[in-house]
Design a binder for this molecule. Sequence first.
Ligand code: ZN
Length: 130
Amino acid sequence: MNVPSRIGFVNITDDVARAVTDSGVREGLCLVNPMHITASVFINDDEPGLHKDYERFFEELVPHEPIGQWRHNDTGEDNGDAHIKRQLMGRDVVVAITGGKLDFGTWERIFYGEWDGLRPKRVLIKIIGE
Ligand code: ZN
């Protein structure tokens, strides 16, 4: 991932579905998590208004500025808010694999949630089953 803004949400459903197909697993579980402590993976609707609502909600609850309000930033970093936003949105998702496909509810999609972007980050996909 390389999100070109501090905060952003990326639909990674097709990437995860491709990994499931490539794995050959028909019945099992698929774990997806960021490899970083300032990013989230979550499941919800692929609706741009909702994603704007998320950004406003989390920014009101845990504002980035002023940077000096967060003790984590005493270390010289500026991402104290991003650590807290990640904790609130969550780290990872696990999706059932049924018949070789991600077993979603009708509107469920998998998103990478970036809270401290503008740099490369990685996502782990782990698939188990038979
Ligand atoms: Zn930090």
